[in-house]
Design a protein around this ligand. Structure first.
Ligand code: A2H
Length: 253
């Protein structure tokens, strides 16, 4: 835990009905994978969600209608931030693992895709955010490499029972221009640094360092309501829009 609280935007990625398997127990509710992001302005570039296959998750009651799938740890934080049906007490309707979530069809804000899927990422930390991550391979080196691994390794897809059609049709979407890195910064930096896989920790840390600050300070939006604006100007406006339209909530830890 850092000294300063980190303020995230939780993106509400809605599970598309009808529910099957374990999720059937939640039929009639609105169920969301709640993904913690620091880059709400990149949601135009979402291609999938990430879950940790062996991660422990739960479906927690947020209010009468809405359920969030997050880690138990995040549910407790949410309950202390007025996001629990019972104040300060998480109510878990269903325990789930990442394996139960892989393949869920999702409807997520701002992306051009009407359906995206939950896919496995092996480097998700369960002590940060919600344990659910939304994937923007154009601007996040971690997301780019994890998607590339799944696309290029049929054995990895088989291992986690990932169907080709959840992965192969989803291309990197250009959403932000960074003068030094072009329109798909994460892809360029991963190629330049010759990053081999999502497990290449040191190089990925360098790639993140290179893209993260420059994206904010020098990036220009290519798409959406703020196309042509600086990322630093668009970011708070997009965040506000997502929250006002109930497609996201703020969350800190
Ligand atoms: B970011 P910080 Cl486009 N485990 O969102 C691993 N990574 C996690 C996580 C977890 N439990 N929870 C959140 N994250 C990711 C978008 C994005 C992000 C872009 C570019 C950079 C970037 C799309 N994925 O983060 O350690 C989430 O990915 C680079 C730092 O709290 C979240 O924002 O600073 C970010 O890490 C939070 O990381």
């Amino acid at each position: 835990e850092g000294v300063q609280p980190q303020e995230y935007t939780l993106i509400k990625m809605e599970v598309i009905a009808p529910f099957t398997g374990k999720l059937r127990a939640l039929s009639g509710k609105r169920v969301f994978l709640a993904a913690a992001t620091l880059r709400p302005e990149t949601m135009y570039g979402q291609t999938n969600a990430w879950v940790l296959p062996d991660g422990q998750y739960g479906a927690f009651e947020i209010n009468e209608m809405e359920v969030f799938v997050v880690t138990k740890r995040a549910a407790l934080n949410l309950a202390y931030q007025h996001m629990s049906r019972v104040p300060e007490k998480p109510t878990c309707l269903l325990e789930l693992t990442g394996h139960d979530l892989i393949g869920l069809p999702l409807h997520s804000p701002l992306t051009k895709h009407s359906v995206i899927y939950a896919l496995p990422m092996l480097t998700i930390l369960t002590d940060k955010g919600t344990g659910i991550v939304t994937s923007v391979p154009s601007d996040s080196p971690d997301d780019y490499m994890a998607l590339k691994d799944l696309k290029s390794k049929p054995a990895l897809r088989q291992k986690f029972r990932v169907q080709d059609e959840w992965v192969l049709p989803f291309e990197v979407i250009p959403i932000i221009n960074i003068p030094e890195f072009g329109d798909v910064a994460a892809e360029k930096v991963c190629i330049d640094l010759k990053i081999q896989s999502q497990n290449d920790k040191e190089k990925l840390a360098e790639a993140k360092r290179l893209t993260y600050l420059k994206g904010f300070t020098e990036g220009t939006m290519l798409v959406g309501a703020h196309a042509g604006s600086k990322v630093s100007d668009a970011k708070p406006l997009i965040r506000k829009l997502l929250e006002e339209t109930n497609q996201a909530v703020s969350y800190s830890e």
